[in-house]
Write a protein that binds this ligand. Structure first.
Ligand code: URP
Ligand code: ZN
Ligand code: ZN
Length: 471
């Protein structure tokens, strides 16, 4: 098998950093060596990658993406091909997408259909969560089956989007009880969708139709209330591990932090958009421009304390993971569906390419350490979702590696760095003090010298085990 030595770099893990060389044999990490010692061990690698002055970290794990998601009368713009390629451009070597069961559908059939969509299309490795939108005897049985047989060990439910993905408290409780028995992790979109729909109808009736009203009709109280309720339901269901997705609000974070102090198995993620973007600077831009940033949970006001609190939450491990909730829609023909009615703007924004970059900038800004960057973007998402060979650089792990250049810069924008299938960039104009240098997916170089050298079909489906914090 071909061997590669990444030499001269600083290897950064969730717990520290040291000068070391990384030896790859085929698709796996073979050894972490003292710098310059390969020859002494009789190793003559087929390829040497010089990482002098650079950080060598595990490939990123983005545990929350939506390729080709049918939503809001359209389909998210990146498919598995374009989206996973963009992920690779951003140093991400594993993505976790969703199979989606809604009312009347058979869970196993929706998973099989998602497999068919992704097979042979991906540039990096991928896995699936299962959305449960119709709780009944068959779907509960299927949940257990997926955990035991399909490597799908986490289930997303929605307290939002009535009539689409929404489940009521009784349905959520039943699914949580099932997960409590199988060992699965429950993921929750925590917003009170019933109350939100009242506010949306009132806003439209008052003529408040611009994109910014998307956020005003989804106030933080309705995120924190749902978060609180989800936590209580999870407790009643036997302290089932609960993972709150795309957290945007301080009050919701307080609910999570309180639950953690009570010893409950509650985890949460946030996304770069909630750390950097705001109503004032983005969602409330003049005309229809703000539609680019319509997503749920929504962007919040920069004059409140959400961003500061979310960074603090990441430092303190109240927020364990950064994912992107990558769900891009073009302005043309997609976001435009909501001209004159914000409630018809498809919810979601793209970012799978920029998570490693935007969170590294948090290291530069002093919001977190280099190690915490690796932990929240690589190691913890892998452990959280049972991706046992991902998120670490150690012998036996998959050879998924990002060589990061801290002495270079990245300009993000539609005419700058942008490889996603959308007609605008959510992070237009942002500059990052660091750069993706080389990306390796299971031993194969996919990005090098600003060139894409990977290929569609290289990415394989990964069966996942149980959450490694509880089991
Ligand atoms: O706005 C969002 N988040 N779109 C994707 C679907 C979801 O709720 O995660
Ligand atoms: Zn969601
Ligand atoms: Zn999502």
């Amino acid at each position: 098998m071909a061997t590669t030595l990444i030499s001269g770099g600083t290897v950064v893990s969730a717990i520290g950093r040291r000068a070391a060389d990384v030896l790859i044999d085929g698709e796996s990490i073979a050894a972490i060596l003292a710098p310059g010692h390969a020859a002494a061990y009789g190793i003559t690698p087929d390829t040497v990658i010089d990482a002098t002055g650079k950080y060598v970290v595990p490939g990123g794990v983005d545990a929350h993406v939506h390729m080709s998601l049918p939503f809001g009368g359209t389909v998210s713009a990146d498919d598995f091909d374009t989206g996973s390629r963009a992920a690779a451009w951003g140093g991400v070597t594993t993505i976790v997408d969703f199979a989606s069961q809604t009312v009347g559908l058979d869970v196993r059939e929706t998973l099989a259909a998602r497999h068919a969509e992704a097979a042979g299309e991906c540039h990096v490795d991928y896995a699936f969560h299962q959305i449960i939108g119709d709780v009944n005897e068959e779907s509960l049985e299927a949940m257990t089956y997926l955990v035991e047989n399909e490597g799908v060990t986490s289930f997303k439910m929605f307290m939002a989007y009535p009539g689409v993905f929404y489940s009521d408290d009784g349905q959520i409780l039943r699914a949580m009880q099932n997960a409590s028995e199988s060992g699965a992790l429950m993921m929750m979109h925590a917003e009170n969708g019933i109350a939100i729909d009242v506010l949306v109808a009132q806003s439209l009736a008052a003529g408040d139709t611009d994109p910014k009203f998307h956020s005003y009709t989804r106030p933080e109280e309705l995120e924190s209330e749902a978060t609180h309720r989800a936590i209580k339901l999870a407790r009643v269901a036997g302290n089932v591990p609960l993972y709150i997705v795309h957290m945007s609000a301080s009050e919701a974070l307080e609910e999570v932090s309180r639950a953690q102090h009570m010893g409950l198995n509650v985890f949460a993620e946030t996304c770069p958009q909630y750390l950097y973007l705001s109503i004032e600077d983005h969602l409330a831009q003049p005309g229809f421009e703000g539609a680019k940033w319509v997503c749920s949970t929504p962007l919040r006001s920069k004059h409140e304390h959400h961003q500061k609190d979310l960074w603090k939450g990441l430092r303190m491990n109240e927020l364990a993971v950064v994912s992107t909730d990558h769900c891009p829609f073009c302005m043309k023909d997609q976001k435009e569906l909501g001209v004159g009615d914000f409630s018809k703007i498809p919810n979601g924004m793209g970012g799978v390419e920029h998570r490693m970059e935007m969170i590294y900038q948090g290291v530069v800004m002093g919001e977190m350490t280099l190690e915490r960057w690796v932990e929240t973007c690589c190691t913890t998402p892998a452990r959280m979702f049972g991706l046992d060979k991902k998120g670490v650089l150690e012998p036996g792990a998959d050879a998924d590696v990002l060589v990061w250049d801290p002495n270079n810069t990245t300009k993000i924008g539609i005419d700058d760095k942008h490889h996603m299938a959308m007609d605008h960039s959510s992070y237009e104009g942002f500059e990052v003090d660091g750069k993706v240098d080389t990306v390796i997916s299971r031993g194969r170089v996919v990005v090098q010298n600003d060139t894409y050298v990977g290929s569609k079909g290289h990415g394989k489906f990964v069966k996942r085990g149980l959450n490694k914090y509880i089991h």
